[in-house]
Design a binder for this molecule. Structure first.
Ligand code: NDP
Length: 332
């Protein structure tokens, strides 16, 4: 793979051109750029520049509103409604998290039903933002049917990621962010593009046979991680991110989608809990004892630690050269 060296600022400028030239207003461009740049900064490569052509495709087809102005209202003091105005999720998330955090800090717990939005990114930006307020964060979204339930040979679940962040005062939070598919679709697409194999168990070919070839999996279906247990969590994500927020299940999202290469319309479930109010003073010190035990186990590392280490470097990032050219053409 040929790469070019780009600073984080150059990555931001490249993405900003593509969004602004394809119908995004300033607020949406800036929120999308922050999402792309932080993904590249942290090494979340399948959710940074790699996603820009997909974002642009849905702006050009008119499916996604580049001038969306998400509206955040309270249904009850603890239940927040975020209407995305059919735009991309980053601006909705930036407007919603402060409202969610304020409610959870006051009440102990608060929840968001986000609808009419298009999520095409990683979920850690929202759960880390919740944790930055000293709160426990949970978020999940559905997608389109790509993953077969355990034992089945027909996709029904999306790759259905779920993210959980735990605040650690004075330190980076502990952040889990994972697809409930054995691998995120973006990772399989990147492997197909770069000609790498994926581990057996990632997915099935169109005939339902296990394969390590990502191109065959893209014609077939993914599998949940961890057999029936991952399958159960994928099912839970469908119910939270669609049933509980009154938005599309993955199968409904696919039925209403124009398949332009961008994400389908969906919802997002977000939850914030105050450990200060739930556990009481001393919770952080208590939990640090647990983290110290964890860190003492050789070979184990906390989820999120790889990204937090990557972000310490402000060196230029190596980006796929073909992708950079493609994004430049989209901005022309
Ligand atoms: P990974 O399997 O790479 O990682 C999952 C989690 O496990 C991360 O928190 C990661 O932390 C952690 N982890 C990885 N390796 C280890 C290890 N050896 N020890 C301890 N922890 C580890 O992620 P996925 O491929 O499942 O998902 C990638 C991304 O795709 C996610 O950000 C997800 O939100 C996104 N996604 C978005 C979708 C959407 O519709 N918007 C759909 C599906 C996925 P670390 O990052 O530090 O490595």
């Amino acid at each position: 793979m040929n790469t070019v060296s780009l600073t984080l600022q150059e990555i931001g400028e490249l993405a900003a051109q593509a969004f602004a030239k394809n119908g995004c207003d300033v607020a949406n461009t800036e929120a999308l750029v922050r999402t792309v740049v932080t993904a590249e900064r942290d090494g979340s490569l399948s959710h940074g520049l790699f996603r820009v052509p997909g974002y642009v495709a849905s702006l050009r087809s008119g499916k996604v509103n580049g001038r969306a102005s998400p509206r955040v209202t309270h249904k009850t003091p603890a239940v927040i409604q975020a209407h995305g105005d059919n735009g991309y999720a980053p601006l909705l998330i930036e407007r919603t998290v402060p409202v969610l955090a304020e409610a959870a800090q006051k009440l102990g717990v608060a929840v968001v039903s986000a609808t009419h939005t298009y999520h095409f990114a990683a979920l850690w930006p929202e759960t880390e933002a919740i944790a930055a307020h000293g709160l426990i964060g949970l978020a999940c979204v559905c997608y389109t049917p790509l993953v077969a339930p355990a034992g089945g040979g027909k996709p029904l679940f999306g790759t259905n990621p779920i993210s959980f962040a735990w605040p650690r005062p004075g330190r980076s939070p502990m952040v889990i962010d994972m697809a409930t598919a054995a691998k995120a679709l973006g990772e399989v697409q990147v492997a197909a593009r770069d000609g790498h194999e994926v581990p057996l168990g990632t997915g099935l070919d169109a005939g339902g046979k296990l394969t390590t070839d990502p191109r065959e999996i893209l014609k077939g279906m993914l599998l949940p991680f961890g057999g029936h247990k991952g399958s159960a969590i994928a099912l839970m994500v469908e119910l939270l991110a669609a049933g509980a927020v009154n938005e599309n299940f993955s199968f409904e999202a696919a039925e209403g989608d124009n398949k332009d290469g961008g994400p389908p319309r969906g919802g997002e479930f977000m939850l914030a809990i105050s450990p200060e109010l739930l556990a009481g003073p001393g919770w952080a010190e208590h939990c640090e004892k647990f983290f110290a035990r964890f860190d003492a186990i050789e070979g184990a590392r906390l989820p999120g630690a790889r990204r937090h280490r990557n972000r310490l470097s402000d060196a230029p990032r190596q980006v796929n050269a073909e992708l950079v050219e493609r994004i430049r053409r989209l901005s022309a």
